[in-house]
Design a protein around this ligand. Structure first.
Ligand code: COA
Length: 165
């Protein structure tokens, strides 16, 4: 899918996505969640979030949580997530935003790995991750509770040494 718009990531500004919103996708249906009454942290070395901005308009958010595979903090990596508002999907923003976030981590932190997890049925996110340079590492069984049931998901990652688009 050709990208015809400019996509940038920047800190959320006061008031952006401040209100709680109902889930606008079956894959985003984790029950009631608040918005961002104050801009969230955006330091890459801690958990945080950034706005996804297309042609100057905020259309969604990327976020990340650090997880640890080994016994020391040296083996930490960010697990990223994304939400693009319903009317702005399908134009390449989700792919480009995740590619930009990966670049930020590799340029400004020492992490060797960025990972993401998505429902086995979330084909749009799987496609966006693949196009952003992620590799499918397999299925994680019964990993997340959503809409009254446990769901399997694909674990994706991109390593510092992977060739990226
Ligand atoms: C997943 C999400 C971030 C993708 O963002 P987006 O801006 O729509 O993504 P893009 O336009 O960059 O790419 C979407 C790709 O998925 C494909 N796609 C979209 N819907 C699809 C579907 N139902 N089945 C298969 N592929 C689909 C598109 O064709 C496109 O692939 P292509 O470039 O090969 O044509 C967005 O749909 C979203 O926010 N969904 C709700 C929240 C969510 O699921 N977040 C991820 C949770 S892990």
């Amino acid at each position: 899918m050709p990208l015809t718009s400019s996509v940038v990531l920047r800190p959320l500004r006061s008031g952006e996505f401040a209100e709680a919103r109902p889930p606008d996708s079956e894959f985003d249906d984790f029950g009631p969640r608040g918005g961002y009454p104050a801009p969230p942290p955006c330091r890459l070395d801690d958990d945080g979030a950034l706005a996804v901005v297309v042609d100057g308009q905020p259309v969604g958010t990327v976020s990340w949580t650090w997880v640890q595979w080994g016994p020391t903090r040296a083996s930490r990596c960010p697990m990223i997530g994304i939400w693009v508002q319903a009317g702005s999907r399908g134009s390449g923003a989700g792919t480009e935003a995740q590619r930009l976030l990966v670049d930020l981590f590799f340029r400004h932190t020492a992490t060797n790995r960025v990972q993401a997890h998505t429902d086995v049925a979330n084909l749009a996110e799987q496609r966006a991750l693949q196009r952003a340079g992620f590799t499918d590492e397999g299925v994680v069984r019964g990993a997340h509770w959503r809409d009254g049931a446990w769901h399997d998901g694909h674990l994706y990652s991109v390593l510092r040494t992977d060739r990226r688009p």
